[in-house]
Write a protein that binds this ligand. Sequence first.
Ligand code: GLC
Length: 526
Amino acid sequence: MPEPLWWQSGTIYQIYPRSFQDSNGDGVGDLDGIRSRLDYLTWLGVDALWISPIFPSPMADFGYDVADYCDIHPLFGSLAAFDALVADAHARKLKVILDFVPNHTSDQHPWFRESRSSRDNPKRDWYVWRDGKSGDAPPNNWLSQFGGPAWTFDAVTRQWYLHSFLRQQPDLNWRNPEVRAAMYAVLDFWLKRGVDGFRVDVIWLLIKDEALRDNPVNPGWEPGQSEHRRTLNIHNADQPEVHDIIADMRRLLDRYHERVLIGEIYLPVEKLVTYYGKDLAGAQMPFNFQLILAAWNAPTIARLIEDYERNLPPGGWPNWVLGNHDQPRIAARIGAAQARVAAMLLLTLRGTPTLYYGDELGLGRVTIPPDAVQDPWEKNEPGLGLGRDPSRTPMQWDAGRNAGFTTADKPWLPLDADYARMNVQALRAQPQSLLNLYRALLDLRRQHLALSSGSFTLISSDADMLIFERSFGDERLIVALNLDHEPQPLPDHLAEAEVLLSTSMDRQGRLAEPLLRANEGLVLRP
Ligand code: GLC
Protein backbone atom coordinates (compact mmCIF):
# COMPACT_ATOMS: atom_id res chain seq x y z
CA MET A 1 0.00 0.00 0.00
CA PRO A 2 1.50 3.39 -0.95
CA GLU A 3 2.30 5.92 1.78
CA PRO A 4 -0.74 8.14 2.30
CA LEU A 5 -0.45 11.70 1.02
CA TRP A 6 -0.68 14.62 3.44
CA TRP A 7 -4.27 15.39 2.52
CA GLN A 8 -5.23 11.76 3.09
CA SER A 9 -3.66 11.25 6.52
CA GLY A 10 -4.08 14.84 7.72
CA THR A 11 -6.93 16.89 9.16
CA ILE A 12 -8.16 20.14 7.61
CA TYR A 13 -9.17 23.10 9.76
CA GLN A 14 -11.39 25.75 8.17
CA ILE A 15 -10.73 29.36 9.10
CA TYR A 16 -13.31 32.04 8.40
CA PRO A 17 -10.76 34.84 8.17
CA ARG A 18 -13.02 37.69 9.28
CA SER A 19 -13.50 35.88 12.57
CA PHE A 20 -10.28 34.15 13.56
CA GLN A 21 -7.98 36.85 14.90
CA ASP A 22 -7.82 40.60 14.36
CA SER A 23 -4.29 42.02 14.47
CA ASN A 24 -4.95 45.70 13.68
CA GLY A 25 -7.92 46.63 15.83
CA ASP A 26 -10.53 47.14 13.12
CA GLY A 27 -12.86 44.46 14.45
CA VAL A 28 -12.28 42.09 11.51
CA GLY A 29 -9.81 39.21 11.47
CA ASP A 30 -6.84 39.25 9.11
CA LEU A 31 -3.83 37.32 7.82
CA ASP A 32 -1.37 38.58 10.43
CA GLY A 33 -3.93 37.51 13.00
CA ILE A 34 -4.04 34.00 11.59
CA ARG A 35 -0.25 33.92 11.49
CA SER A 36 -0.09 34.85 15.17
CA ARG A 37 -2.27 31.83 15.98
CA LEU A 38 -0.42 29.14 14.05
CA ASP A 39 1.07 27.77 17.26
CA TYR A 40 -2.46 27.13 18.47
CA LEU A 41 -3.16 25.05 15.36
CA THR A 42 -0.02 22.97 15.79
CA TRP A 43 -0.83 22.53 19.49
CA LEU A 44 -4.31 21.33 18.51
CA GLY A 45 -2.79 18.92 16.00
CA VAL A 46 -4.37 19.77 12.67
CA ASP A 47 -2.39 19.52 9.43
CA ALA A 48 -3.85 22.04 6.99
CA LEU A 49 -5.76 25.27 7.12
CA TRP A 50 -8.34 26.22 4.54
CA ILE A 51 -8.96 29.94 4.56
CA SER A 52 -12.27 31.28 3.19
CA PRO A 53 -11.81 34.07 0.59
CA ILE A 54 -9.29 36.84 1.36
CA PHE A 55 -9.29 38.58 -2.04
CA PRO A 56 -10.31 42.17 -2.86
CA SER A 57 -14.09 42.25 -2.66
CA PRO A 58 -16.91 44.71 -1.98
CA MET A 59 -18.01 42.10 0.61
CA ALA A 60 -21.60 41.82 -0.60
CA ASP A 61 -21.21 38.11 0.28
CA PHE A 62 -18.23 38.55 2.60
CA GLY A 63 -15.52 37.70 0.13
CA TYR A 64 -17.43 35.23 -2.04
CA ASP A 65 -17.81 38.15 -4.46
CA VAL A 66 -14.28 38.54 -5.78
CA ALA A 67 -13.18 41.74 -7.52
CA ASP A 68 -9.58 40.66 -8.13
CA TYR A 69 -8.48 37.02 -7.97
CA CYS A 70 -4.76 37.75 -7.71
CA ASP A 71 -4.50 40.09 -4.76
CA ILE A 72 -5.39 40.31 -1.06
CA HIS A 73 -8.11 42.57 0.35
CA PRO A 74 -6.45 45.34 2.42
CA LEU A 75 -8.80 44.39 5.26
CA PHE A 76 -6.95 41.07 5.46
CA GLY A 77 -3.46 42.33 4.64
CA SER A 78 -1.35 42.20 1.50
CA LEU A 79 0.42 39.72 -0.72
CA ALA A 80 3.45 40.16 1.53
CA ALA A 81 1.35 39.24 4.57
CA PHE A 82 0.06 36.23 2.67
CA ASP A 83 3.57 35.09 1.76
CA ALA A 84 4.62 35.48 5.39
CA LEU A 85 1.65 33.37 6.50
CA VAL A 86 2.46 30.61 4.02
CA ALA A 87 6.13 30.63 5.03
CA ASP A 88 5.34 30.43 8.74
CA ALA A 89 2.72 27.74 8.17
CA HIS A 90 5.08 25.65 6.08
CA ALA A 91 7.83 26.05 8.68
CA ARG A 92 5.41 24.34 11.07
CA LYS A 93 4.50 21.66 8.51
CA LEU A 94 1.03 23.13 8.12
CA LYS A 95 -0.45 23.20 4.62
CA VAL A 96 -2.41 26.17 3.29
CA ILE A 97 -5.55 25.72 1.19
CA LEU A 98 -7.22 28.69 -0.50
CA ASP A 99 -10.83 29.22 -1.44
CA PHE A 100 -11.28 29.52 -5.21
CA VAL A 101 -14.57 31.12 -6.30
CA PRO A 102 -14.93 30.42 -10.04
CA ASN A 103 -18.71 30.36 -10.57
CA HIS A 104 -19.13 34.11 -10.24
CA THR A 105 -17.18 37.31 -9.75
CA SER A 106 -18.19 40.50 -8.01
CA ASP A 107 -20.17 42.94 -10.14
CA GLN A 108 -17.25 45.28 -9.38
CA HIS A 109 -14.72 42.99 -11.06
CA PRO A 110 -13.19 44.80 -14.09
CA TRP A 111 -14.31 41.88 -16.27
CA PHE A 112 -17.94 42.48 -15.41
CA ARG A 113 -17.68 46.24 -15.66
CA GLU A 114 -16.43 45.76 -19.19
CA SER A 115 -18.95 43.06 -19.96
CA ARG A 116 -21.91 45.18 -18.95
CA SER A 117 -20.66 48.30 -20.76
CA SER A 118 -21.89 47.32 -24.24
CA ARG A 119 -23.27 44.37 -26.13
CA ASP A 120 -20.22 44.17 -28.35
CA ASN A 121 -17.58 44.51 -25.64
CA PRO A 122 -14.95 41.75 -25.98
CA LYS A 123 -15.84 40.60 -22.44
CA ARG A 124 -19.59 40.54 -23.13
CA ASP A 125 -19.62 36.76 -23.47
CA TRP A 126 -17.57 36.24 -20.30
CA TYR A 127 -20.88 36.36 -18.42
CA VAL A 128 -24.33 35.00 -19.26
CA TRP A 129 -26.41 37.72 -20.93
CA ARG A 130 -29.81 37.09 -22.52
CA ASP A 131 -32.87 38.90 -23.74
CA GLY A 132 -35.88 38.55 -21.49
CA LYS A 133 -39.01 36.68 -22.42
CA SER A 134 -41.81 38.72 -23.94
CA GLY A 135 -42.88 41.51 -21.67
CA ASP A 136 -40.68 42.10 -18.67
CA ALA A 137 -39.98 38.49 -17.77
CA PRO A 138 -36.47 37.15 -17.16
CA PRO A 139 -35.04 34.62 -19.68
CA ASN A 140 -36.10 31.61 -17.61
CA ASN A 141 -37.40 30.57 -14.19
CA TRP A 142 -34.09 29.96 -12.43
CA LEU A 143 -33.89 31.24 -8.88
CA SER A 144 -31.06 32.78 -6.90
CA GLN A 145 -29.92 30.69 -3.94
CA PHE A 146 -30.42 33.77 -1.80
CA GLY A 147 -34.01 34.39 -2.92
CA GLY A 148 -35.59 36.07 -5.94
CA PRO A 149 -34.89 35.43 -9.62
CA ALA A 150 -31.40 34.42 -10.76
CA TRP A 151 -31.54 37.18 -13.40
CA THR A 152 -31.15 40.92 -13.16
CA PHE A 153 -32.09 43.33 -15.92
CA ASP A 154 -29.31 45.75 -16.76
CA ALA A 155 -30.61 49.02 -18.16
CA VAL A 156 -27.33 49.94 -19.88
CA THR A 157 -27.62 47.25 -22.56
CA ARG A 158 -31.24 46.21 -21.96
CA GLN A 159 -30.42 42.56 -21.33
CA TRP A 160 -30.53 40.26 -18.30
CA TYR A 161 -27.48 38.70 -16.63
CA LEU A 162 -27.41 35.47 -14.68
CA HIS A 163 -26.46 35.27 -11.01
CA SER A 164 -26.89 32.03 -9.06
CA PHE A 165 -26.41 34.05 -5.85
CA LEU A 166 -26.70 37.81 -5.24
CA ARG A 167 -27.15 40.22 -8.13
CA GLN A 168 -23.70 41.52 -7.06
CA GLN A 169 -22.33 38.06 -7.98
CA PRO A 170 -22.75 37.64 -11.76
CA ASP A 171 -22.07 34.11 -13.02
CA LEU A 172 -19.12 33.65 -15.35
CA ASN A 173 -19.77 31.89 -18.64
CA TRP A 174 -17.66 28.74 -18.38
CA ARG A 175 -18.59 27.79 -21.94
CA ASN A 176 -16.24 30.56 -23.04
CA PRO A 177 -12.64 29.29 -23.48
CA GLU A 178 -11.26 32.72 -22.59
CA VAL A 179 -12.95 32.53 -19.20
CA ARG A 180 -11.46 29.11 -18.61
CA ALA A 181 -7.98 30.28 -19.53
CA ALA A 182 -8.23 33.36 -17.31
CA MET A 183 -9.43 31.34 -14.35
CA TYR A 184 -6.81 28.62 -14.77
CA ALA A 185 -4.20 31.39 -14.77
CA VAL A 186 -5.55 32.39 -11.35
CA LEU A 187 -4.94 28.88 -10.02
CA ASP A 188 -1.45 28.98 -11.44
CA PHE A 189 -0.75 32.34 -9.79
CA TRP A 190 -1.46 30.91 -6.33
CA LEU A 191 0.19 27.56 -6.97
CA LYS A 192 3.38 29.40 -7.86
CA ARG A 193 3.06 31.29 -4.59
CA GLY A 194 3.16 27.99 -2.77
CA VAL A 195 -0.44 27.20 -1.82
CA ASP A 196 -1.07 23.54 -1.23
CA GLY A 197 -4.52 23.32 -2.73
CA PHE A 198 -7.93 24.80 -3.27
CA ARG A 199 -11.42 24.39 -1.98
CA VAL A 200 -13.48 25.24 -5.03
CA ASP A 201 -16.67 27.13 -4.28
CA VAL A 202 -19.94 25.65 -5.67
CA ILE A 203 -18.01 23.56 -8.17
CA TRP A 204 -21.13 21.63 -9.22
CA LEU A 205 -22.80 24.83 -10.43
CA LEU A 206 -20.04 26.01 -12.77
CA ILE A 207 -21.68 25.27 -16.07
CA LYS A 208 -25.34 25.50 -17.04
CA ASP A 209 -27.65 24.00 -19.62
CA GLU A 210 -26.68 25.50 -22.95
CA ALA A 211 -30.32 26.15 -23.90
CA LEU A 212 -31.08 27.62 -20.47
CA ARG A 213 -34.23 25.52 -20.13
CA ASP A 214 -36.67 26.22 -17.30
CA ASN A 215 -36.28 24.15 -14.16
CA PRO A 216 -39.20 21.94 -13.10
CA VAL A 217 -41.30 23.15 -10.20
CA ASN A 218 -40.58 21.43 -6.88
CA PRO A 219 -43.84 19.84 -5.69
CA GLY A 220 -42.32 19.39 -2.21
CA TRP A 221 -41.70 23.08 -1.52
CA GLU A 222 -43.36 24.43 1.61
CA PRO A 223 -43.74 27.97 2.91
CA GLY A 224 -40.94 28.67 5.36
CA GLN A 225 -38.34 27.08 3.10
CA SER A 226 -35.92 29.17 1.12
CA GLU A 227 -37.54 30.50 -2.03
CA HIS A 228 -34.96 28.97 -4.31
CA ARG A 229 -36.24 25.53 -3.38
CA ARG A 230 -39.44 26.26 -5.30
CA THR A 231 -37.79 24.74 -8.35
CA LEU A 232 -35.54 21.72 -8.77
CA ASN A 233 -32.02 22.62 -9.86
CA ILE A 234 -31.94 20.34 -12.89
CA HIS A 235 -30.68 22.61 -15.65
CA ASN A 236 -28.51 25.04 -13.69
CA ALA A 237 -26.41 22.51 -11.78
CA ASP A 238 -24.47 19.26 -12.14
CA GLN A 239 -24.19 19.40 -15.94
CA PRO A 240 -22.05 16.68 -17.60
CA GLU A 241 -19.62 19.26 -19.05
CA VAL A 242 -18.54 20.35 -15.58
CA HIS A 243 -16.32 17.28 -15.33
CA ASP A 244 -14.12 18.45 -18.22
CA ILE A 245 -13.48 21.71 -16.41
CA ILE A 246 -12.62 19.95 -13.18
CA ALA A 247 -10.27 17.63 -15.03
CA ASP A 248 -8.55 20.71 -16.51
CA MET A 249 -8.09 22.17 -13.04
CA ARG A 250 -6.75 18.88 -11.76
CA ARG A 251 -4.25 18.57 -14.61
CA LEU A 252 -2.99 22.01 -13.72
CA LEU A 253 -2.56 21.13 -10.05
CA ASP A 254 -0.83 17.89 -10.94
CA ARG A 255 1.96 19.84 -12.57
CA TYR A 256 2.93 20.82 -9.02
CA HIS A 257 3.96 18.57 -6.15
CA GLU A 258 1.15 17.03 -4.02
CA ARG A 259 -1.50 19.71 -4.37
CA VAL A 260 -5.12 19.02 -3.54
CA LEU A 261 -8.37 19.91 -5.30
CA ILE A 262 -11.42 19.93 -3.05
CA GLY A 263 -14.90 20.64 -4.36
CA GLU A 264 -17.85 22.13 -2.54
CA ILE A 265 -20.76 19.95 -3.68
CA TYR A 266 -24.24 19.55 -2.26
CA LEU A 267 -25.59 16.52 -4.13
CA PRO A 268 -26.86 13.05 -3.23
CA VAL A 269 -24.07 10.50 -2.75
CA GLU A 270 -24.46 8.74 -6.13
CA LYS A 271 -23.89 12.08 -7.86
CA LEU A 272 -21.34 13.41 -5.41
CA VAL A 273 -18.95 10.55 -6.15
CA THR A 274 -18.96 11.32 -9.88
CA TYR A 275 -16.87 14.38 -8.97
CA TYR A 276 -13.87 12.12 -8.36
CA GLY A 277 -13.92 12.10 -12.15
CA LYS A 278 -13.35 9.41 -14.71
CA ASP A 279 -10.27 7.41 -13.67
CA LEU A 280 -10.04 9.67 -10.60
CA ALA A 281 -8.98 12.59 -12.78
CA GLY A 282 -11.39 14.98 -11.05
CA ALA A 283 -11.40 16.44 -7.56
CA GLN A 284 -9.38 14.41 -5.06
CA MET A 285 -11.93 15.29 -2.41
CA PRO A 286 -15.49 16.16 -3.32
CA PHE A 287 -16.57 17.46 0.08
CA ASN A 288 -18.88 15.02 1.83
CA PHE A 289 -21.43 16.99 3.88
CA GLN A 290 -23.61 14.11 4.97
CA LEU A 291 -22.79 14.42 8.67
CA ILE A 292 -23.93 18.05 8.52
CA LEU A 293 -27.22 17.24 6.88
CA ALA A 294 -28.28 13.92 8.43
CA ALA A 295 -30.60 13.28 11.36
CA TRP A 296 -28.48 12.44 14.39
CA ASN A 297 -29.24 8.82 15.18
CA ALA A 298 -27.21 5.63 14.88
CA PRO A 299 -29.21 3.82 12.15
CA THR A 300 -29.24 6.90 9.89
CA ILE A 301 -25.54 7.56 10.33
CA ALA A 302 -24.64 3.89 9.87
CA ARG A 303 -26.64 3.81 6.64
CA LEU A 304 -25.04 6.94 5.25
CA ILE A 305 -21.51 5.74 6.06
CA GLU A 306 -22.18 2.43 4.35
CA ASP A 307 -23.81 4.09 1.34
CA TYR A 308 -20.87 6.42 0.99
CA GLU A 309 -18.29 3.65 1.31
CA ARG A 310 -20.19 1.53 -1.21
CA ASN A 311 -20.47 4.34 -3.74
CA LEU A 312 -16.85 5.48 -3.62
CA PRO A 313 -15.01 4.72 -6.86
CA PRO A 314 -12.09 2.29 -6.54
CA GLY A 315 -9.17 4.25 -5.11
CA GLY A 316 -11.33 7.30 -4.34
CA TRP A 317 -10.32 8.72 -0.96
CA PRO A 318 -13.19 9.50 1.45
CA ASN A 319 -13.63 12.65 3.51
CA TRP A 320 -16.01 13.92 6.18
CA VAL A 321 -17.05 17.44 7.12
CA LEU A 322 -18.78 18.33 10.40
CA GLY A 323 -19.33 22.04 9.98
CA ASN A 324 -18.72 25.05 7.78
CA HIS A 325 -19.51 28.74 7.47
CA ASP A 326 -22.83 28.10 5.71
CA GLN A 327 -24.43 25.68 8.15
CA PRO A 328 -25.66 25.66 11.75
CA ARG A 329 -22.84 24.59 14.06
CA ILE A 330 -22.75 20.99 15.23
CA ALA A 331 -23.26 21.91 18.92
CA ALA A 332 -26.30 23.97 17.92
CA ARG A 333 -27.76 21.02 16.03
CA ILE A 334 -27.20 18.17 18.45
CA GLY A 335 -26.32 19.77 21.79
CA ALA A 336 -23.13 20.01 23.82
CA ALA A 337 -23.16 16.41 25.08
CA GLN A 338 -23.49 14.85 21.63
CA ALA A 339 -21.01 17.32 20.13
CA ARG A 340 -18.33 15.29 21.96
CA VAL A 341 -19.58 12.09 20.33
CA ALA A 342 -19.62 13.87 16.97
CA ALA A 343 -15.98 14.89 17.45
CA MET A 344 -15.04 11.25 18.02
CA LEU A 345 -17.04 10.14 15.00
CA LEU A 346 -15.47 12.75 12.70
CA LEU A 347 -11.96 11.85 13.81
CA THR A 348 -12.33 8.07 13.72
CA LEU A 349 -14.12 7.60 10.41
CA ARG A 350 -12.17 6.50 7.34
CA GLY A 351 -11.21 9.57 5.35
CA THR A 352 -9.92 13.09 5.74
CA PRO A 353 -11.76 15.08 8.42
CA THR A 354 -12.51 18.79 8.01
CA LEU A 355 -13.34 20.70 11.13
CA TYR A 356 -14.67 24.22 11.40
CA TYR A 357 -12.94 26.79 13.65
CA GLY A 358 -14.70 27.20 16.98
CA ASP A 359 -16.41 23.82 16.88
CA GLU A 360 -13.55 22.60 19.07
CA LEU A 361 -14.74 25.07 21.72
CA GLY A 362 -18.32 23.87 21.46
CA LEU A 363 -19.62 27.13 20.00
CA GLY A 364 -23.32 26.87 19.27
CA ARG A 365 -25.81 29.18 17.66
CA VAL A 366 -24.71 32.64 18.72
CA THR A 367 -27.59 35.09 19.07
CA ILE A 368 -27.38 37.93 16.56
CA PRO A 369 -29.55 40.95 17.45
CA PRO A 370 -31.51 42.26 14.44
CA ASP A 371 -29.37 45.39 14.13
CA ALA A 372 -26.19 43.30 14.02
CA VAL A 373 -27.22 41.05 11.10
CA GLN A 374 -24.59 40.92 8.36
CA ASP A 375 -25.44 37.96 6.14
CA PRO A 376 -27.10 39.01 2.87
CA TRP A 377 -29.14 35.80 2.83
CA GLU A 378 -30.73 36.71 6.17
CA LYS A 379 -31.38 40.19 4.87
CA ASN A 380 -33.02 38.89 1.68
CA GLU A 381 -35.12 36.22 3.35
CA PRO A 382 -35.45 37.33 6.98
CA GLY A 383 -36.88 35.26 9.78
CA LEU A 384 -36.63 31.81 8.16
CA GLY A 385 -33.54 30.88 10.15
CA LEU A 386 -31.42 30.80 6.98
CA GLY A 387 -28.91 33.41 8.16
CA ARG A 388 -25.35 32.23 8.55
CA ASP A 389 -24.08 34.85 11.01
CA PRO A 390 -24.77 32.66 14.08
CA SER A 391 -22.04 30.25 12.83
CA ARG A 392 -19.54 32.94 11.80
CA THR A 393 -18.88 34.76 15.07
CA PRO A 394 -15.37 35.56 16.34
CA MET A 395 -13.09 32.90 17.73
CA GLN A 396 -12.88 33.08 21.50
CA TRP A 397 -9.31 33.04 22.75
CA ASP A 398 -9.52 34.18 26.37
CA ALA A 399 -11.81 35.74 28.98
CA GLY A 400 -10.51 39.26 28.33
CA ARG A 401 -12.15 42.03 26.41
CA ASN A 402 -13.74 40.79 23.17
CA ALA A 403 -12.38 37.34 24.00
CA GLY A 404 -8.92 38.34 22.77
CA PHE A 405 -10.24 38.50 19.22
CA THR A 406 -9.92 42.25 18.69
CA THR A 407 -8.87 45.42 20.46
CA ALA A 408 -11.63 47.33 18.62
CA ASP A 409 -14.66 48.47 20.59
CA LYS A 410 -16.81 45.94 18.82
CA PRO A 411 -16.06 42.90 16.69
CA TRP A 412 -17.86 42.75 13.30
CA LEU A 413 -20.23 40.10 14.68
CA PRO A 414 -21.09 39.66 18.37
CA LEU A 415 -19.35 37.10 20.55
CA ASP A 416 -21.10 34.24 22.28
CA ALA A 417 -22.40 35.60 25.58
CA ASP A 418 -20.65 32.73 27.33
CA TYR A 419 -17.16 33.55 26.07
CA ALA A 420 -15.69 34.06 29.55
CA ARG A 421 -16.20 30.33 30.09
CA MET A 422 -15.94 29.09 26.53
CA ASN A 423 -12.55 30.17 25.23
CA VAL A 424 -9.26 28.56 24.27
CA GLN A 425 -7.38 29.62 27.38
CA ALA A 426 -10.03 28.40 29.82
CA LEU A 427 -10.69 25.14 27.99
CA ARG A 428 -7.01 24.32 27.59
CA ALA A 429 -6.71 24.43 31.36
CA GLN A 430 -9.52 21.90 31.85
CA PRO A 431 -8.18 18.43 31.17
CA GLN A 432 -11.61 17.04 30.23
CA SER A 433 -12.79 19.92 28.04
CA LEU A 434 -14.08 19.44 24.51
CA LEU A 435 -11.00 21.27 23.28
CA ASN A 436 -8.70 18.77 24.98
CA LEU A 437 -10.86 15.95 23.64
CA TYR A 438 -10.32 17.24 20.08
CA ARG A 439 -6.62 17.40 20.74
CA ALA A 440 -6.53 13.87 22.18
CA LEU A 441 -8.51 12.55 19.20
CA LEU A 442 -6.19 14.23 16.71
CA ASP A 443 -3.23 12.78 18.57
CA LEU A 444 -4.76 9.30 18.63
CA ARG A 445 -5.50 9.52 14.92
CA ARG A 446 -1.91 10.41 14.24
CA GLN A 447 -0.58 7.55 16.37
CA HIS A 448 -2.73 4.78 14.93
CA LEU A 449 -2.60 3.90 11.26
CA ALA A 450 -5.81 1.97 11.88
CA LEU A 451 -7.52 5.34 12.37
CA SER A 452 -5.78 7.45 9.75
CA SER A 453 -5.48 4.86 6.98
CA GLY A 454 -7.13 1.63 8.05
CA SER A 455 -10.17 -0.14 6.67
CA PHE A 456 -13.67 0.48 7.98
CA THR A 457 -16.21 -2.17 8.97
CA LEU A 458 -19.58 -1.43 10.45
CA ILE A 459 -20.33 -3.76 13.35
CA SER A 460 -23.74 -2.61 14.54
CA SER A 461 -26.12 0.29 14.77
CA ASP A 462 -28.81 -1.06 17.07
CA ALA A 463 -30.82 1.25 19.27
CA ASP A 464 -28.80 4.41 19.33
CA MET A 465 -25.35 2.87 19.53
CA LEU A 466 -22.97 2.92 16.59
CA ILE A 467 -20.10 0.45 16.64
CA PHE A 468 -17.47 0.09 13.95
CA GLU A 469 -14.02 -1.32 13.48
CA ARG A 470 -10.96 0.29 11.99
CA SER A 471 -8.02 -1.93 11.22
CA PHE A 472 -4.62 -1.76 9.64
CA GLY A 473 -2.20 -4.71 9.48
CA ASP A 474 -2.41 -6.46 12.84
CA GLU A 475 -4.06 -3.59 14.62
CA ARG A 476 -7.81 -3.60 15.21
CA LEU A 477 -9.56 -0.76 16.98
CA ILE A 478 -13.24 -0.51 17.85
CA VAL A 479 -15.15 2.72 18.06
CA ALA A 480 -18.37 2.57 20.09
CA LEU A 481 -20.56 5.66 20.18
CA ASN A 482 -23.66 6.20 22.29
CA LEU A 483 -25.89 8.66 20.45
CA ASP A 484 -28.46 8.42 23.21
CA HIS A 485 -28.83 10.26 26.50
CA GLU A 486 -29.19 6.94 28.39
CA PRO A 487 -26.46 4.42 29.26
CA GLN A 488 -26.34 1.33 27.05
CA PRO A 489 -24.72 -2.09 27.54
CA LEU A 490 -21.84 -2.90 25.20
CA PRO A 491 -21.96 -6.24 23.39
CA ASP A 492 -20.31 -9.17 25.21
CA HIS A 493 -17.40 -9.41 22.78
CA LEU A 494 -16.22 -6.04 24.06
CA ALA A 495 -16.44 -6.90 27.75
CA GLU A 496 -12.68 -7.30 28.07
CA ALA A 497 -11.66 -4.43 25.81
CA GLU A 498 -9.16 -1.76 26.74
CA VAL A 499 -10.24 1.88 26.59
CA LEU A 500 -7.79 4.03 24.62
CA LEU A 501 -9.95 7.13 24.84
CA SER A 502 -13.35 8.05 26.23
CA THR A 503 -15.16 11.21 25.13
CA SER A 504 -15.49 11.92 28.87
CA MET A 505 -11.69 11.72 29.18
CA ASP A 506 -11.98 10.16 32.62
CA ARG A 507 -11.19 6.53 31.98
CA GLN A 508 -8.54 4.42 30.32
CA GLY A 509 -7.43 0.82 30.53
CA ARG A 510 -9.65 -2.26 31.04
CA LEU A 511 -13.38 -1.64 31.02
CA ALA A 512 -14.68 -2.06 34.57
CA GLU A 513 -18.13 -2.97 33.26
CA PRO A 514 -19.24 -3.36 29.65
CA LEU A 515 -21.29 -0.21 29.57
CA LEU A 516 -21.36 2.87 27.44
CA ARG A 517 -22.46 5.81 29.56
CA ALA A 518 -24.98 8.37 28.34
CA ASN A 519 -23.51 10.44 25.47
CA GLU A 520 -20.23 8.55 25.66
CA GLY A 521 -17.97 7.42 22.88
CA LEU A 522 -15.04 5.06 23.30
CA VAL A 523 -12.08 4.05 21.20
CA LEU A 524 -11.32 0.49 22.30
CA ARG A 525 -8.65 -2.11 21.70
CA PRO A 526 -10.50 -5.44 21.79
C1 GLC B 1 -20.68 28.84 -1.33
C2 GLC B 1 -20.07 29.48 -0.10
C3 GLC B 1 -21.06 30.45 0.46
C4 GLC B 1 -21.32 31.52 -0.57
C5 GLC B 1 -21.77 30.90 -1.88
C6 GLC B 1 -21.68 31.87 -2.99
O1 GLC B 1 -21.76 28.05 -1.03
O2 GLC B 1 -19.68 28.50 0.80
O3 GLC B 1 -20.61 31.02 1.66
O4 GLC B 1 -22.29 32.40 -0.11
O5 GLC B 1 -20.98 29.81 -2.27
O6 GLC B 1 -20.34 32.10 -3.32
